[in-house]
Design a protein around this ligand. Structure first.
Ligand code: PAF
Length: 282
């Protein structure tokens, strides 16, 4: 049976024991309600490490007031089954009080990389992510940690943080997992009703269009952004938060597509905010 613990000291002693035995550790940080996207991260971690820890924690400090902290879907029983079947060894499922006890006063903030894309509409989000991920790294001392490329800005930020703060681990980015019809897997897809679910396909259609344009030689960001924007605007239920093209490493907007770029979109379908992207090196 996979072990589930919400207790930091218990997790730390298990990690210490594994380290004493010379075992390597992979960490898959999640907010739970696991789907095939998370499963692909766990599978990769199981392949590359002796022991795999999955953290399941809906981190309150990365949600702004009015966002979906309370309604964020949770199902620890189902998550436990998925983790066990996928070969993980330990689930860390702390309470907010365990992670942020009375008197908690320290935050990790990042100045660069957080101003564009999701950082524009969610200015406090990435500080909350950096803080919790730093804590998770310190608690589980992993050799490798696995993050999905769907949250491409988050992945770039965590890579930067690991470099800047000299964390001693490797960050592994894993490809976006999509539904058969193209919609990127997300725990937030459960918010969509049947009509919205169909409308949400406009995100992956815009992504495919942009990617094709770049593959076919288009090098003007403005032209690609315009075409993607117009595509999304054909869907009446869609409201654009952003469509942008940035340097994949420093998340600064680029006028000309060259090197490694990230084309990212955030679109409201009804009340649900969805993100998608493509990364390409030209
Ligand atoms: O990507 C997520 O699910 C979260 O942002 C993370 C990395 C688990 C931190 O809470």
């Amino acid at each position: 049976m996979i072990k589930v613990s919400g207790c930091i000291s218990e997790i730390k002693s298990q990690i210490k024991e594994w380290k004493r035995q010379g075992l390597s550790i992979g960490l898959v940080p999640t907010m739970g309600y696991l789907h095939e996207g998370h499963q692909s991260l766990i599978e990769r971690a199981v392949k590359e490490n002796d022991r795999v820890v999955v953290s399941i924690f809906v981190n309150p400090i990365q949600f702004a007031p009015g966002e979906d902290l309370e309604s964020y879907p949770r199902d620890i029983k189902k998550d436990t089954v998925l983790c066990e079947q996928t070969g993980a060894h330990l689930i860390f499922n702390p309470t907010p009080e365990e992670m942020y006890p009375n008197g908690f006063s320290t935050n990790v903030t990042m100045n660069g990389l957080t101003k564009e894309l999701c950082g524009k509409t969610r200015p406090t989000h990435f500080g909350g992510v950096c803080t919790v991920v730093s804590k998770l790294f310190n608690i589980t001392a992993p050799d490798r940690a696995y993050f999905g490329e769907k949250d491409a800005q988050q992945l770039a930020i965590i890579k930067r943080m690991v470099k800047d703060l000299n964390f001693d681990l490797e960050i592994v980015g894993c490809p976006i997992v999509r539904e058969k019809d193209g919609l990127a897997k997300s725990s937030r897809n459960t918010y969509l009703n049947a009509t919205e679910r169909k409308a949400a396909l406009i995100l992956s259609k815009a992504i495919s269009l942009g990617k094709e344009m770049v593959k076919n030689g288009e090098r003007s960001s403005a032209a690609v952004i315009k075409a993607m924007t117009e595509k999304i605007e054909t869907e009446p239920l869609a409201k654009i938060d952003y469509v942008n093209i940035v340097n994949a490493e420093n998340i600064e907007p680029v006028d000309t597509i060259s090197g490694s770029i990230l084309a990212a979109i955030a679109v409201y379908i009804g009340k649900t905010r969805l993100i998608d992207n493509f990364m390409i090196t030209v």
